[in-house]
Design a protein around this ligand. Structure first.
Ligand SMILES: [Zn+2]
Length: 216
């Protein structure tokens, strides 16, 4: 079974190599533009159905991507003792690559958000404390919707957690200066996996706007 998986990946890589590596002007072998200069950092969930590059039909070099459980951004911490993988990636994207946009890409049917709503019983789980980053979102939707069922709470919390991550992004000093000095944009997007639609968070009225027209 394992070998079959490797063969499938290899067959896929051959197609990728033909399309992106062997083509003229490819980012991989263009001596005029060595390295990468993506314009957008995407923070997405590790969910196998939510691949930002696939969803955007993006080419190699276009998106700088961080993926984690529930597409969360932790708040800025002054202690550098922890292992801040997400914060390190944000720093590299903003300070070194100077991306122009940061997109938080949330989605429907998020297992991480469901774990946050239901709680994680195993005290040794890494998932429990990680998803607690969005505890504020959980409290808000539970308080505002006391009669809602689990599925509705998850849907609401998936959207609210994006807002928390956008807020947390603003706590990083280098994100604040990039917003002030060069107009770095922070964008919240929600992917409705069930209907195939994208929504953008609008801060001005604290709601989500449909980006994809019906059937498109
Ligand atoms: Zn998810």
């Amino acid at each position: 079974m394992r070998r079959r998986t490797v063969f499938k990946l290899l067959a896929g890589f051959r197609k990728f190599r033909e399309k992106y590596f062997l083509t003229e002007g490819s980012i991989y072998n263009n001596p005029l533009t060595p390295g990468q200069s993506p314009k957008t950092l995407v923070i997405a969930c590790s969910d196998s159905r939510v691949d930002p590059a696939l969803m955007a039909s993006a080419s190699p070099g276009e998106l700088f991507v961080v993926r984690n459980v529930a597409n969360l951004v932790p708040p800025y911490e002054t202690s550098i003792k922890g292992l801040h993988g997400v914060s390190a990636a944000i720093e590299f994207a903003v300070v070194n690559l100077k991306v122009e946009n940061i997109v938080i890409l949330g989605h429907r049917q998020c297992g991480g958000i469901q774990a946050l709503i239901q709680g994680v019983e195993n005290k040794h789980s890494f998932i429990g404390p990680w998803v607690k980053i969005a505890e504020k979102a959980r409290q808000k939707v539970v308080n505002e919707n006391p009669a809602a069922d689990l599925d509705s709470l998850c849907r609401l919390c998936e959207k609210e957690a994006i807002v928390v991550s956008l807020e947390n992004l603003r706590t990083f000093p280098f994100v604040q200066s990039a917003i002030m000095d060069r107009g770095l944009q922070l964008i919240g997007i929600y992917f409705d996996i069930e209907k195939g639609h994208l929504f953008e968070y609008e801060e001005i009225n604290s709601s989500y706007r449909l980006l994809t027209e019906d059937g498109h």
